[in-house]
Write a protein that binds this ligand. Sequence first.
Ligand SMILES: *[C@@H]1O[C@H](CO)[C@@H](O)[C@H](O)[C@H]1NC(C)=O
Length: 329
Amino acid sequence: MLSLSSLAVAALAAVGANATPVEVARRATPTVYLAGDSTMARTSGQHMGWGEYLSRYITLPVVNKAISGRSARSFTNEGRFAEIERLVQRDDIVVISFGHNDGGSPNSANDNGRSACGGTGNEVCRSGKTGELVYTFNYYMENAARSFIAKGARVVISAQTPNNLWDGGSFYGGAPPRFVPYAAQAAKNVGNGASFVDHYQAVSNMFRRLGNQATNALYPTDHKHTSPYGADLVCQAFVQAVALNLNGTTPLAQHVKQPVPNVFPAPGGSQPTNPPTNPPTNGGGNNGGGNGGTAPLWGQCGGNGWSGATRCAQGTCKMQNEWYWQCVP
Ligand SMILES: *[C@@H]1O[C@H](CO)[C@@H](O)[C@H](O)[C@H]1NC(C)=O
């Protein structure tokens, strides 16, 4: 697609360097940029990050700049926020999600380059390994957000995703990690142009509904990284929270496609309790090979309201609860 902005840049180039700079036109359609860690990134093997599925549920183009193993600090130091700052144009939207790699102690001798200083303000500390001046999670997040807003873009700060909340067989419904309230605070501190989505709570509510076996099946190797199908569900929880304006209005809300995902019970219980929608029948949107009308091992194969494949490519379709049947070995 040839965008308005590339036309404007081409026009500038054609009239030469001495021309009076003209304001670069905004894009016809805003672009959504994603900044985050492995839980959002395009990954490979048995895992996938949720950012890869966002364009299924919103009407805007999505550019996924999330990358495994990063924190707000290392994303800053590697120039990755700066790269997005160069790319964004007026009215673009940047979704930022960190927290999984931001804990730990920078002042230790084996500082991993990712941990932030304690606190949520202007506190600083020194890396025990390199002497680098290190800032707080909020400092890195708010700095990045302000740099995008200064270019006319809008910022959606997403709380980090939870780990497997059924790890160990019973549901963890306790307090979220500290980076969840920190992220909410970051959006509030930045103010105009920034908004917040409690993605942690949305996914937590979805996992509570899914139950033990169905949730555990979304985690093929560890308690942090989901399968492609799990990432799709985690993405749907984000989009549902956006559509419900769960924690205030974001600029994404008006771009959510119909039908809106319904993977967690809405606060107040006003929505019907449908099963999760749109599971991939090929084992994962971006790295699966199609296998026709069958559900993959561990995939959904039935349940109330289910309209996808009901035969298993591998294993047997077993009822987990009334709205979730699954292919199990
Ligand atoms: C987000 O909104 C929900 C629903 O109103 C609320 O329960 C939750 O505490 C909010 N999250 C944060 C971090 O404020």
